[in-house]
Ligand binder design. Structure first.
Ligand code: 5RP
Length: 222
């Protein structure tokens, strides 16, 4: 199976899971990225059961709207039973690195509101210890150099994502070389640097369920 076929399989499994667990008329949280795109396509087939969705990026909003799925402003929504999104890396504790697509801040906000986070990945994303994928950090532009110096003190090698501006008008530093043995602690430490909007560690609020696409089928991990 190709990587795309694995992503499609987990996306379909996630849509089945949403159909079984999210009450009719509710609002579904939708992530960003190629795996999330396959999920949007699968969600479109069952869209009439739901009031609509909350999008974690402008790209996702456009794709949902193209499928005729109503997109709500998060400020008008009090309950999201389930949020479905991909990840760049995930460990056995369901801690994740996200933000390869640059949508980490909105993803973290929607995830914070959601009752359940379902992560959908192909098997290559499951790792013993996170950190091979550079950690994305969203930064207020005027703080870029200051934040970069602070990240070096934490042992990282930050690199500006050239030519990229987030949906919130900020920049991204991709940080290589971090030792992520305590993801929750590192997430908090980086978020305390003045000028950081948020970082791509999702450990304070990890996933609740991982649907992992493998050559032998979709594996569920809690
Ligand atoms: C975007 C993300 C994505 O979930 C992550 O990059 C995985 O993307 P893909 O499904 O394309 O591998 O965090 O900000």
């Amino acid at each position: 199976m190709t990587q795309d076929e694995l992503k499609q399989a987990v996306a379909r499994a996630a849509a089945d899971y949403v159909a079984q667990t999210a009450p009719a008329g509710s609002i579904v949280g939708v992530g960003t990225g190629s795996t999330a795109n396959f999920f949007i396509d699968a969600l479109a087939k069952i869209k009439d059961r739901y009031a609509g969705a909350v999008a974690s990026s402008e790209v996702t909003r456009l794709r949902l709207e193209r499928h005729g799925i109503k997109v709500f402003d998060l400020n008008d929504v009090t309950d999201i039973p389930v949020y479905v999104d991909g990840a760049d890396e995930i460990d056995a504790g369901l801690n994740m690195i996200k933000g390869g697509g640059g949508a980490l801040t909105r993803e973290k906000i929607v995830a914070a509101v959601a009752r359940e986070f379902v992560c959908i990945c192909d098997a290559s994303k499951l790792v013993d210890v996170m950190g091979r994928f550079p950690l994305p950090v969203e930064v207020i532009p005027m703080a870029r150099a200051h934040v970069a110096r602070e990240l070096v003190k934490l042992g990282g090698q930050p690199v500006l994502r050239e030519g990229f501006v987030t949906d919130n008008g900020n920049v991204i530093l991709d940080v290589k070389g971090l030792s992520i043995t305590d993801p929750k602690d590192l997430e908090a430490q980086i978020n305390q640097i003045t000028g950081v909007v948020t970082n791509g560690l999702f450990a304070v609020r990890p996933a609740n369920l991982l649907l992992l696409g493998t050559a032998d089928g979709v594996r569920s991990m809690r």
